[in-house]
Write a protein that binds this ligand. Structure first.
Ligand code: NAP
Length: 323
């Protein structure tokens, strides 16, 4: 039994392997033997210290995983030893095992592998709330989605296609643009080479968009606002290029815009939402409406390499760690 921990925020050198003894699960907790662990940009925000260090001891990073229930606490009602389960919850996932409340895990249905569950439970549920809850995307909407070839982005392209809305994605190189197009985006702009605002205005005949999903932050937010039509919605849900700090309330007045900055875990905490949304996500994967075939795999011990590649924009699709 071991975990990858960081003693303090920093670069990848803070990531260390440490033996950990997992005690018996208490009350409504389950002990999960992880079979696959998802890597997400939020892991980098915690490791680098962008998000507040949530403990006063070593932090086990990682927020997404799938595995088998190995032991249950005395009050657990819905899971038993041997059940296949998945979870998305900040930290404590980069580990051979995890203890977690049963309220925060979902069953993995037949037809979904551990790898698929670990590649999609956090990212797919994020796409679900982005498209259905933060903004109610309909087939007559036009949308811009940044980092369209990333872990969240590739799932989003396929889900938007299923809804039938017209989508424009952005991605940082030619190969990523091709991949995003294969995974549902109608148009993809290489925003490393082209000004995405000018491209969006050309594609939409200067009309602008109903909604922009921006997880890049510092480098894109200013122009993301300018892509909106009047009364459009900007959904800011990340900051892979760094936080955007220049927003003024009066900026919204240029188009009577709406702005929201949601976080998956506020939706996830609602058990009804979690059950319904994860069932919807897993059904789409089983029906092949969401393909997860662009996964990149690393050994848990080599998670630092996954962080380096992600920070250097070398990855596309979901990343998982194998134990
Ligand atoms: N709020 C929430 O509930 C929530 C939940 C999940 C994820 N997120 C956010 O969604 C975003 C995507 O997450 P993910 O885990 O799927 O990551 P990802 O999209 O696989 O990786 C991030 C991508 O951001 C793009 N990027 C642009 N500028 C960058 C820069 N300066 N440094 C690094 N990357 C840059 C890169 O794509 P290109 O090379 O194509 O530009 C990179 O591949 C992240 O911002 C994450 O924090 C938010």
């Amino acid at each position: 039994m071991y975990s990858i921990v960081a003693e303090k925020p920093g670069d990848i050198s803070v990531l260390q392997k440490k033996s950990i003894d997992f005690s018996e699960p208490k009350s409504n907790e389950v002990l999960i033997k992880n079979r696959a662990i998802g890597v997400n940009f939020i892991d980098i925000y915690f490791r680098a210290g962008l998000y507040p260090w949530p403990v006063d001891t070593d932090l086990v990073l990682g927020s997404e995983g799938a595995g088998e229930v190995e032991a249950v606490g005395p009050d657990v009602k819905n899971f038993k030893i041997g059940d296949r389960v998945a979870y998305a919850q900040p930290n404590n996932a980069y580990s051979t095992h995890r203890i977690i409340s049963e309220d925060l895990v979902v069953s993995i249905p037949d037809g979904i592998s551990y790898d698929q569950a670990a590649a999609s439970i956090l990212k797919g549920l994020t796409v679900k709330y982005l498209l259905c809850d933060s903004f109610n995307l309909q087939s007559d909407h036009e949308v811009l989605f940044h980092a369209a070839a990333g872990g969240v982005g590739l799932i989003a392209g396929q889900w938007i296609k299923e809804i039938g809305a017209k989508s424009i994605g952005t991605a940082g190189n030619f190969e990523k643009c091709m991949l995003a197009k294969q995974r549902g985006f109608d148009e993809v702009i290489n925003y490393s080479e082209k000004n995405f605002l000018e491209e969006v205005l050309e594609i939409t005949n200067n009309k602008g968009l109903d909604v922009v999903y921006d997880s890049v932050g510092k480098d894109t937010m200013f122009n993301s606002f300018k892509c909106l039509k009047k009364h459009g919605m900007l959904v800011s849900f990340g900051q892979s290029s760094g936080p955007y700090k220049d927003i003024q309330m009066t900026d919204l007045a240029f188009g009577s815009f709406y702005l929201t900055r949601p976080t998956l875990f506020h939706f996830y905490a609602n058990r009804n939402w979690l059950e319904n949304s994860s069932q919807k996500l897993f059904k789409m994967i089983v029906k092949d409406k969401i393909k997860l075939d662009k996964m990149t795999k690393y050994d848990l011990d080599n998670v630092a390499d996954a962080h380096t590649d992600m920070e250097n924009r070398k990855t596309s699709g979901s990343i998982i760690l194998k134990i």
